[in-house]
Design a protein around this ligand. Structure first.
Ligand code: GLC
Length: 805
């Protein structure tokens, strides 16, 4: 109860009329009579930052989310005013700011469409308990507006009519609609009148988004502290919005090693060593490709991070080497809780150096996790991150572990109501000291960052691989992620599909779910269907809690084993295709999975679709998410698509029935696509690639495709040692022409392409490589052509065209 009636009665407060305006290069300041300052920064022609203070003084401008590599600069900026407003014009946007009350409207500069408009706009309530403000923003929802994004929310893609909270939370066996769960990504995309824009509310306090739930025509967002500080990101294509957001919050600092895109096997826990070997050997015996094996918490001595249980693992270095000789990369878990144990070196050092988090009045933050009572490093302090990264020396450099799995980093605390630290815990926040209210959502991110720094240092000259459970915007720069403790149910298979797509449209593409479900046990059918979806997720790992039976590909009988193998083999064949998509994500911020709305926002049929998605640029996949299915109905987007299994053509823009018995799933390839494939390997690098297979899907018309390759690990690609092939395909009635433009200095191991021509409407009579006719008897078998990788122009000509020549 607040006894100070003056404070209690204040309620919402609003900026009053603007009394001054100032411009400082790319930043504009508008000050109201009641001391509100709106700072508007023109980050780019299409990206505007709005920041408000109610005290006329801004806090130190610091963000963990925004990368220092974010693009800045614009082509045009003009500020004018009339009686009622300021008018800010860039080459992409026009922003009006009302002199009366600071409310804003933003228009597309090309055609004047109203894109975003403040309803009440910025307002705030003073927080008596904590000081500062509860900061709020409300906007009018535009006609037929849809909303997407927000990270890992386990709900259908279109967020309209719902309200959400951002507070990273350990959510064992969460459910459809559980909110919040593990991640806080306060970024959404709005879409109306065929145009998309994004809002990134860069505020790490507990925050909320309401998409027309409370009031039918109003969208609002607010946070329990900090600043009203948000970025408006214009498209108008949704893909541009996501890639601009990813530019702002960062792309992965490097490509993953290619093995990280292979299949991973995990369980809580594989131990002792003989059990690990049994599992890895079985993969090789059964010829199921697999690249990584995980060690969960039982590898440690009493769950102490950076130790080994030597009864279970007497010689970890030897074991890791033997696994590596068999093609397996070892990934080990590391949690944030450090066991309180005066004989444990990590604990002692952390204590001596004063690296653990403390409560407001001085005691250490003590909480129970797997090892029992623990203290927790303050990863928001640079020295602590440096120390933490150094702790990986032995694990990575000496023992040879290739990847680290950060878990429980929300941070999760057992047996307490909030499941995490109390609000009063203090954090350094990189010199901007604060309470846990502000640091909570970035704690896990900073742990993953420190881990990443350790791996980067000690894995060198190889690339680091990290996986995290908790994340805030920007975490994608350092690590991959998974969707946490899901359940082996059909509903969760649907949720996994939604979450992976949503994470990709939230700038974080390196994502996957625990295939088969973490809690409870799937039957063979559910497991097979989940693998089918999982091979299309950028991160592909089976994981389970282990206490409900086995969850390896062979645990459900031979029939299922065969299906699982077949799909994992498809994943391995498609590795160069997925790697190319990853490269586009890492260089341009293009999401690896494209929900149909992101793929084709002009088609309103896509605005409420959930199941179908485009994997990379050209492959359409749709999981079967019900038991006993013989197929399903799905929406095929505009254009013509080849059925992956039998190459029959389907015309898009329609809902169609697709047969898919348990050994199949609906997969289509866009016409005109050139899909690169590697031979099936049991692990990345098992084989030297002797020939690059290209599936070429004929199209009457033009289509572009790309293939990116490099040494598959290491950093040479950053110095230009990559191979990028740009293919332009042009199909006519009686000929097919493919042009190749190659860049980069990497020399691929193969000399030839094996080109499989699919859907050619004519019989091949003549083939020319760079204008020279080649001998078909030696190069062509059926519709498969073997030619040099060095061509610039390949022409495939029909009989009719030959006669006409
Ligand atoms: C958490 C993780 C899970 C892991 C378990 C034991 O529940 O989410 O993946 O297996 O802890 O470490």
């Amino acid at each position: 109860m607040i006894l100070n009636t003056e404070l209690e009665n204040k309620g919402n407060q609003f900026p009053s009329k603007i009394i001054s305006y100032k411009k400082d290069v790319d930043t504009l300041y508008f000050t109201s009579e009641n001391n509100v300052v709106l700072q508007l920064t023109i980050q780019r022609d299409s990206v505007l930052r709005f920041r408000y203070t109610t005290t006329s003084i801004f806090e130190n401008d610091f963000s963990y989310a925004i990368t220092r590599y974010a693009s800045r600069g614009f082509n045009h900026l003009e500020v004018t005013e009339d009686d009622s407003k300021y008018i800010i014009t860039t080459s992409k946007l026009i922003c009006h700011i009302s002199k009366e009350d600071m409310r804003k409207s933003i228009f597309d500069a090309k055609d004047n469409t109203l894109i975003s408009e403040d309803e009440l706009g910025f307002h705030w309530e003073e927080s008596y308990e904590f000081g500062g403000n509860i900061v709020k923003m409300s906007k009018n929802s535009q006609e037929k507006e849809s909303y997407y994004g927000l990270g890992d929310k386990p709900v259908p893609l279109n967020l309209k009519s719902k309200r959400f909270e951002n507070w990273v939370t350990d959510s064992y066996a969460f459910n459809k609609d559980t909110d919040p769960i593990y991640k806080a990504i306060p970024f959404y995309t709005g879409l109306h009148h065929g145009k998309a824009y994004g809002i990134f509310f860069d505020n790490t306090f507990r925050s909320f988004f309401d998409f027309c739930q409370e009031r039918r025509n109003v969208t609002s967002f607010w946070a329990q502290g900090g600043e009203m500080n948000y970025y408006f990101i214009y498209g108008p294509e949704m893909e541009e919005v996501v890639s601009n957001y990813t530019d702002l919050t960062g792309k992965p600092h490097e490509l993953p090693p290619l093995w990280a895109l292979g299949y991973h096997q995990c369980k809580w826990s594989y131990y002792p060593e003989s059990n690990v070997k049994e599992v890895t050997n079985k993969f090789r015996d059964l010829k199921i490709p697999c690249d990584a094996i995980y060690l969960d918490i039982d590898y440690m001595e009493g769950f102490r991070c950076f130790t080994w249980n030597t009864d279970y693992f007497p010689d970890p270095k030897r074991m890791v080497k033997e696994l590596s000789d068999n093609g397996f990369k070892t990934v080990a878990i590391i949690d944030p809780g450090i066991k309180i144990d005066k004989d444990y070196s990590v604990f002692k050092e952390g204590l001596e150096k004063d690296y653990f988090c403390k409560r407001a009045d001085g005691p250490y933050m003590k909480g129970k996790v797997w090892p029992g009572e623990c203290y927790f490093p303050d990863f928001t302090k640079p020295e602590v991150r440096e120390w933490w990264s150094g702790l990986f020396k032995e694990l990575i450099e000496e023992i040879g572990v290739k990847g680290v799995w950060n878990d429980m980093n929300e941070p999760a605390i057992m047996d307490v109501p909030g499941k995490t630290f109390p609000d009063d815990v203090r954090h350094d926040y990189d010199g901007n000291e604060c309470s846990h209210r502000k640091a909570h959502n970035i704690y896990g991110m900073q742990m993953a960052r420190a881990t990443y720094q350790g791996l980067k240092k000690f894995s060198y000259p190889k690339r680091p691989f990290v996986i995290t459970r908790a994340a805030y915007s920007g975490t994608q720069r350092y690590t991959s992620t998974w969707t946490g403790d899901n359940v082996a149910s059909w509903e969760h298979l649907t949720i996994a599909n939604l979450q992976a797509q949503r994470m990709c449209m939230s700038g974080f593409s390196f994502v996957g779910s625990d295939i088969g479900g973490f809690a409870e046990q799937p039957n063979g059918e559910l497991y097979a269907r989940w693998i089918q979806l999982g091979i299309f997720h950028p991160f592909c790992r089976t994981h389970s809690s282990g206490d409900h039976g086995d969850q390896e590909p062979w645990a459900f009988g031979e029939n299922i084993t065969d299906i699982v193998r077949k799909f994992i083999e498809i994943r391995y064949q498609l590795l160069p295709y997925l790697y190319t998509a990853f490269w586009r994500y890492a260089t341009e911020g293009i999401p690896i999975l494209k929900s149909l709305v992101l793929y084709d926002q002009a088609d309103v049929q896509t605005h409420y679709r959930n199941d179908e998605f485009v994997f990379g640029e050209k492959i359409l996949a749709c999981p079967i998410t019900e038991p006993n299915a013989k197929g399903r109905r799905m929406y095929v987007p505009e254009g013509n698509w080849y059925n992956f299994w039998d190459n029959t053509l389907v015309k898009g823009g329609n809902e169609v029935w697709v047969d898919a018995d348990l050994d199949s799933m609906p997969i289509f390839v866009k016409e005109g696509a050139i899909i690169p494939k590697y031979p099936i390997q049991q692990y990345v690098g098992e084989k030297v690639i002797g020939e690059l297979h290209l599936d070429v899907f004929y199209k009457l018309g033009k289509e572009k495709s790309q293939v990116y390759e490099d040494a598959e690990d290491g950093f040479d690609y950053k110095k230009g040692r990559f191979s990028l092939r740009n293919f332009n395909l042009l199909g006519k009635e009686d000929s097919l022409t493919i042009q190749q433009f190659k860049s980069g200095k990497f020399i691929t191991s193969y000399e030839t392409f094996e080109i499989n021509l699919i859907g050619l409407p004519f019989e091949i009579r003549k083939v020319e490589v760079d204008n020279v006719k080649i001998d078909l008897d030696s190069c062509l078998k059926g519709n498969v052509l073997v030619i040099t990788k060095e061509f610039t122009e390949l022409r495939i000509i029909s009989k009719k065209a030959v006669i006409l020549e």
